[in-house]
Write a protein of this length. Structure first.
Length: 87
């Protein structure tokens, strides 16, 4: 009798395994894979002074951001420039 009760329970357990349900995964945006393109010339700051200008149409990678600033990396004059731009 006990064997007859265990067999349906095992069968139902296999049918209701987690792999039988659809797994939804939330895509987390990685800020290091987000790029922006400037629509106008904007100054780039680092260490409290302006180091260069992000030219119109230049593609820049976002490294991190705060409430008022965005840290970007972009190619300018044969080298990578890292600095802060205002939002």
């Amino acid at each position: 009798m006990r064997r007859w009760l265990i067999l349906p329970v095992i069968f139902l357990g296999l049918l209701a395994s987690p792999s039988s349900f659809s797994q939804t995964s939330y895509h987390i945006l990685d800020p290091t894979k987000i790029f922006i393109t400037s629509f106008f010339d904007c100054p780039v700051f680092f260490g409290g002074r302006q180091i260069t200008v992000l030219k119109n149409g230049t593609r820049a990678q976002i490294l991190t951001s705060t409430k008022k600033w965005i840290m970007v990396r972009f190619w300018s004059n044969g080298r990578y420039v890292v600095g802060w731009i205002r939002r």
